[in-house]
Design a protein around this ligand. Sequence first.
Ligand code: HEC
Length: 160
Amino acid sequence: MNMKTILAIFGALIMLAALGRAQMGMMRGSGPGMMRGGMMNMSMRRHHYVMRNGLPEEYVGKRNPLSRNAEDLALGKTLYQSNCAACHGAQGHGDGPAGKNLNPRPANIARFAKMPMASDPYLYWTISEGGTPVKSAMPPFKNVLKEQEIWQIIAYLRRM
Ligand code: HEC
């Protein structure tokens, strides 16, 4: 090996180390809670998809029309437990029994639903279309749940 090769390898190693640190920083950067579920427990695939393509036209500008009263939240909870908990877990941590062997894994939605990226249109689109656009195992719910039921679940996710 000549000196040039050694320097090139050395440089590449430093770059890799720096990248690794930057990534760890990103994970830690969003608060101590992020480390528990971990950044990896969010749907990176979906986030990248939306960054590249945006949301489909018909979902942009959707707003939760519910006033989020106790009744809507209770109904949202019941709907969540019967339609989502098997994969996303009873507390929404992404640890439901039916999700264990999925790739990608179900997301920690209790945490994600409180982040700025989790807008009404984003959540409504995700639940309606499920994993179809991002090729995941999440089923689409647009023909399973009524519009109001999806909003009740979204109201509940924000309070989980
Ligand atoms: C069969 C398992 C399964 C079921 C049932 C399921 N999901 Fe998912 N869900 C996933 C998987 C896997 C992902 C990660 C890949 C993706 O984004 O599609 C995911 C991702 C999500 C995301 C995106 C999180 C993020 O970080 O962007 C939300 C929100 C979500 N699910 C909500 C729900 C809700 C609400 C229900 C019930 C109405 C539900 N899911 C039912 C498997 C499931």
